[in-house]
Design a binder for this molecule. Structure first.
Ligand code: FAD
Length: 517
């Protein structure tokens, strides 16, 4: 066998056939290396649906590469010769294939980057890491934005991005419509009768490749969380593009209005469901943003919806990625609120009597998906108030969502949701009582707990924990001007009530409230 010149390493979340790793690729000299390894499903207890999506999308992508004339060295997870970890597999394949060098697009996970670097160093072979073009802003540009700043704010970064890429800008260089941000228009709850007719999600029936993967995952990861019979995610670029078109046509105009609202049994609402396709690099964020802007310019979608949607991608998605790569590996160890509670077991089953949590965790396990407000203001909120060890919670979010890759999951969990970074990423903890859930959804109507009550047998655990959170973190939070009012309200509680709140919060932590018997 002729030795390979460049062996292009393609990971499960790097499935773009035009990725930078392929720049200069010569099918006569170069080859592609892909591997399925159990490690990626077991380093956190990855849900069946997440593993199935990665494996199916990888196999579809490998087939497309072969069809394009590329040699692909691919090890399947059930290959008896397979080594089980990325590092071990690459080590043996480098000996076997004798490439002159390894080339890859920058990975999305610090752990993986370090391990592949070690393999290359031990094999004494050059490893060229190329810029990932699937982002508007490079890590170096983000680092320049960070500069000497001690705190970062997404909004300033987002405005820079809008100006720099001329997105939703007028010819005079002003933000379209005169304002940068229409968030205030995007915080509505649904009317009492509900969200109305929600268009069905884009569904892709499993083809032969996916069916094989589903059978394999069901057998090999039988004890992992989640289900497979609902699997309908796009697994190829063609399907991802179809999802994008459906979103723009059927959902974008209403995205803004419904962005923060929740409704029981309605997991999809007017969200895009495009995060997994973008994170696997089946879709380019530039084409997603361009399609949304074009819909606005054509009069198909209102500005508030379009701006709200574009902000999530051009703003938040880029911002969390920049935070990840400029702050790792220390970022993963932050625990500013000194939280050490274990994650309650029922997060892996959804078996809780709290209606909002049962619904959010239920859809998570059923579909590998929950929308942002369910992640931030239901599961994330509960963990924040309970005081869950951030690394435990990180392992849960990384395991259960089909779109979970560490560069995006970790800052969202540690920074946005848990305030574990002490305010580097966001200005205040997203702490709220059950009243927030009651305002944004009808969950409380079907729940045995009362969101207005902080003590008593039927007090909403979220409300109890909210007041307990303010009391426990009083000193830290009092120093934050954006939390001053909440802390002041907690200080007004009399001693008897404070003791009752702490007592009930302790009972919740012991699992005496909230878990189904
Ligand atoms: P939409 O609501 O339709 O938003 C459109 C797109 O904007 C998304 O597809 C996504 O690419 C981007 N986006 C929106 N919010 C964010 C955000 N905060 N950070 C980065 N991108 C954003 N997103 C992931 O892609 N992977 C994760 O592992 C992940 N973990 C999260 C964990 C927590 C605790 C929280 C609070 C949020 C997390 N998010 C994660 C962000 C966000 O919740 C999801 O991107 C979104 O719910 C995906 O659904 P959608 O495609 O329907 O998004």
């Amino acid at each position: 066998m002729q030795p390979v010149r460049n062996l292009v390493v393609v990971l499960g979340d790097q499935l773009d056939l035009e990725a930078s790793g392929f720049d200069g690729f010569d099918p006569l000299l170069d080859a592609v290396w892909m591997t399925e390894v159990a490690e990626e499903s077991t380093h956190v207890w990855s849900s069946k649906q997440r593993t199935a999506l990665f494996l199916s999308a990888m196999r579809h992508s490998a087939a497309e590469m072969r069809a394009a004339g590329r040699v692909v060295h691919y090890t399947a997870i059930d290959d008896p010769e397979g080594r089980g970890t990325l590092a071990d597999q690459l080590t043996v394949d480098v000996v076997r294939l004798e490439p002159a060098s390894l080339v890859m697009t920058a990975p999305g996970d610090w752990r993986v980057l370090e391990s592949l670097r070690r393999v290359a160093a031990q094999a004494d072979i050059p490893l060229e890491i190329r810029e990932d073009r699937h982002f508007f802003c490079t890590v170096r540009e983000f680092a320049a934005h960070v500069g000497e700043r001690s705190t970062l704010r997404m909004e300033y970064f987002y405005r820079e991005q809008r100006r720099r890429f001329g997105i939703l800008m007028t010819p005079e260089g002003k933000p379209e419509g005169g304002a940068w941000n229409y968030d205030a228009e995007n915080r509505k709850a649904f009317p009492a009768q509900g969200p109305g007719m929600v268009p069905p999600r884009a569904v892709f029936a499993p083809d032969e490749i996916t069916r094989d993967v589903l059978t394999l995952v069901a057998a090999r990861f039988a004890d992992h969380p989640g289900r497979l019979d609902t699997f309908a995610w796009p697994v190829s670029r063609a399907q991802a593009l179809e999802s994008l078109t459906l979103f723009i046509d059927e959902r974008l105009p209403w995205f803004g209005d419904a962005q923060d609202a929740m409704w029981p049994g309605e997991p999809w609402l007017w969200h895009a469901h495009l995060s997994a396709a973008m994170n696997l690099k089946l879709l380019h964020p530039r084409e997603v943003v361009a399609a949304a802007e074009a819909a606005y310019r054509a009069g198909h979608a209102p500005l508030a919806s379009t701006e709200g949607f574009i902000r999530q991608i051009l703003g938040w998605r880029e911002y969390v990625r920049g935070i990840y790569w400029t702050q790792m590996p220390e970022y993963a160890r932050h625990n500013a609120l000194d939280a050490h509670e274990p994650l309650p077991e029922w997060h892996w089953t959804g078996d809780t009597s709290m209606a909002c949590l049962a619904d959010a965790i239920g859809t998570t396990l059923e579909n590998g998906y929950a929308h942002h407000i369910q992640r931030l203001m239901v599961t994330g909120l509960y963990a924040l108030l309970l005081g869950v060890e951030p690394t435990d919670l990180h392992a849960w979010y990384l395991a259960v969502y089909v779109d979970a890759v560490e560069w995006v999951e970790l800052p969202n969990t540690m920074g946005m949701s848990q305030f574990a970074d002490g305010g580097l990423m966001g200005s205040k903890p997203y702490a709220a009582s059950g009243a927030y859930i009651s305002r944004m959804s009808p969950h409380c109507r079907a729940c045995p707990f009362d969101p207005q009550k902080r003590i008593g047998a039927d007090a909403c655990p979220i409300t109890t924990l909210y007041w307990d959170f303010l009391m426990r973190n009083e000193t830290t939070l009092a120093a934050n001007p954006r939390m001053a009012l909440q802390v002041r309200n907690a200080r007004l509680l009399d001693e008897e009530e404070r003791t009752a709140i702490s007592g009930r919060a302790a009972a919740i932590r012991r699992g005496e409230v909230g878990a189904n018997a």
